[in-house]
Design a binder for this molecule. Structure first.
Ligand SMILES: O=C(O)CCC(=O)C(=O)O
Length: 279
């Protein structure tokens, strides 16, 4: 048989191998982290651009992280140097918390080696702190936070993971969202309309959740901080920005002192921006 005649069989076999490789990769990742994201959560994330997972952390876990971030804020000298900034210290296990990873594998990339963590900060708000500041929304081709749905799956660029360490009461603070706006056809990002952006337009969604909850959103959805009106407790939230390994939105600002002391499985999230095929 000539080489040309063998070509279709060869192509079919290569395609089958590629499909098997991708399927195994996804299966292995999910096996590693346990259960996968539910179809319910996938649909809600795609529909609205955000998801709230209540009470993911136990009260003991919350207490440890709260103690860390309050000491980082008020008394950093009481901590060893590598724990004085996020993502260091007791926060580190949250970098690849199974609840976070199972979502990111579905919305950023099914290969955990292609997920980076590019920014982490504490948002601390007392009553009256914070302001209404709608941003993002609408379609974009910028890979840093473009939101796409292709071949039956979500491709979210920069994806925010927020750990709410105190209770959030609906419409009394917390992040607000214009649901579905990550897919809006009119460019409300570059041509915002005051009647849409107004806090009382009736288009914005807020959420309530207990301490230890997770809020995950595509940076492409139009969203805003809000004035903290809850007099029961301040807002204590850790904002993480995950992204695909091939792109970065933030200017790098992690200190080597902090990253060097992380476990290798966590350090990997801070590798430089390049494709892991070069490892
Ligand atoms: O402060 C907030 O609740 C929202 C933060 C925000 O706007 C962002 O993560 O881009």
């Amino acid at each position: 048989m000539s080489k040309l005649a063998k070509l279709p069989t060869k192509i079919r076999s290569k395609a089958r191998k590629a499909v098997n490789k991708a399927t195994n990769l996804i299966k292995n990742q999910f096996a590693r982290i346990g259960e996968t994201m539910s179809q319910h959560d996938r649909i809600v994330f795609d529909l609205k651009g955000y998801l709230v997972k209540p009470a993911v952390l136990s009260s003991a876990e919350i207490a440890v992280i709260k103690d860390l971030v309050l000491r980082q804020k008020n008394d950093p000298e009481s901590l060893p140097a590598h724990e004085r900034q996020l993502p260091g210290g007791a926060f580190a296990p949250l970098i690849d918390h199974p609840e976070v990873i199972k979502i990111l594998l579905n919305v950023i990339d099914p290969d955990i080696n292609k997920i980076r963590l590019e920014n982490v900060f504490l948002s601390y708000r007392e009553k009256g702190d914070g302001k209404w500041d709608p941003h993002a929304g609408g379609r974009t081709t910028n890979p840093n936070y473009a939101y796409n749905f292709h071949d039956g799956r979500i491709y979210s660029g920069m994806t925010r993971v927020v750990w709410e360490l105190t209770e959030v009461i609906e419409n009394q603070g917390g992040t607000c969202f214009l649901p579905g706006s990550h897919k809006a056809n009119y460019n409300i990002r570059t041509n915002p309309l005051a009647s849409i952006d107004a806090r009382d337009s009736g288009l914005w969604e807020s959420y309530g959740c207990p301490a230890g909850s997770l809020v995950i959103f595509s940076e492409a959805v139009r969203h805003s901080g809000d004035v903290w009106r809850n007099s029961n407790n301040p807002r204590l939230a850790i904002f993480c920005a995950y992204n695909h390994i091939n792109v970065r939105h933030h200017k790098p600002n992690f200190s080597a002192e902090v990253i060097d002391k992380l476990e290798p499985k966590h350090q990997r999230f801070f590798a430089d921006v390049y494709h892991p095929q070069f490892d």
